[in-house]
Design a protein around this ligand. Sequence first.
Ligand SMILES: Cc1cc2nc3c(=O)[nH]c(=O)nc-3n(C[C@H](O)[C@H](O)[C@H](O)COP(=O)(O)OP(=O)(O)OC[C@H]3O[C@@H](n4cnc5c(N)ncnc54)[C@H](O)[C@@H]3O)c2cc1C
Length: 268
Amino acid sequence: MSYDVLILGGGPAGMSAALNVRARGRSALVVSNPLEENPLWKAEKVDNHLGMPAQSGAEMLANLRRHAEDAGVVFQTGRVISAMALDDTWYVSIGAEMENAKALVLASGVQRGKKFPGEEEYLGRGVSYCATCDGMLYRGKSVAVIGYTDSARHEADFLSSIGCSVTYFEKPKTCLIEGGASVERVTVNGETLECECVFLLRPAMAPTDIFPGLAVEGSFVKVDRKMATNIPGLFAAGDCTGGPLQVSKAIGEGLIAGQSAAAYVAKK
Ligand SMILES: Cc1cc2nc3c(=O)[nH]c(=O)nc-3n(C[C@H](O)[C@H](O)[C@H](O)COP(=O)(O)OP(=O)(O)OC[C@H]3O[C@@H](n4cnc5c(N)ncnc54)[C@H](O)[C@@H]3O)c2cc1C
């Protein structure tokens, strides 16, 4: 299905952007990991967002989601792997599925943790971020899954179900990926496994992995006052644009990004 604006990330910034796209009469799709995997979910008490005192992170997220859904925002659970603009339309891969939209808002939060040695080098040659996309290539073969979320366990189960021999590692401290022309082994926390693929299933991906050419400052996305990035039709909001890494700032930037994306669509 085609949407006016697709929002990547269903935290406070993404939901605020989506609500404000709907307020401008445009359709909005939010693609995100499950709500319980949002980092704010674990906050015992959020006390510095005006008008919503003493809520737990989970309560706050559930309230934001209800508000957005009531306004007609569509939610899809999944992980965005890549995005490509072609003839004024964005094509976004969500696992093995595809959605398209006229504009995008990136609201993916912060990526916690650095890339592992060998990850960049072997990406596409035995390093994958998506089990459902690349799993079939490794049927009958030994693969490692480095999982960070409950959904990663489901992806590992999927790999087993199609005949991969899966070794699952949870949130490792160290990981070294090695091989020749393609991956041959991975060493996780000192334990070496011969394998042909390492699936790295993190909750978030680096924005520059999804959008090659995206301008960044350090690990944060560069935006102007309209929350526009250097890529036409791509806006950004929330923690991914830099500090303060706080709910109120994320919601405020989401509003601007949503309005800017809707205005961009209106001009098309
Ligand atoms: C324990 C804890 C307590 C906190 N307490 C407070 C507090 O008291 N007050 C306060 O103001 N702030 C607090 N924060 C910070 C607050 O959670 C963040 O500032 C806020 O959630 C940022 O919103 P966001 O929408 O930019 O990003 P996020 O809330 O991080 O949302 C981004 C979402 O996008 C998803 N995502 C990322 N990449 C992809 C992808 N490729 N495909 C699909 N989904 C993707 C992520 O999994 C995540 O669910 C706390 C944070 C933590 C971790």
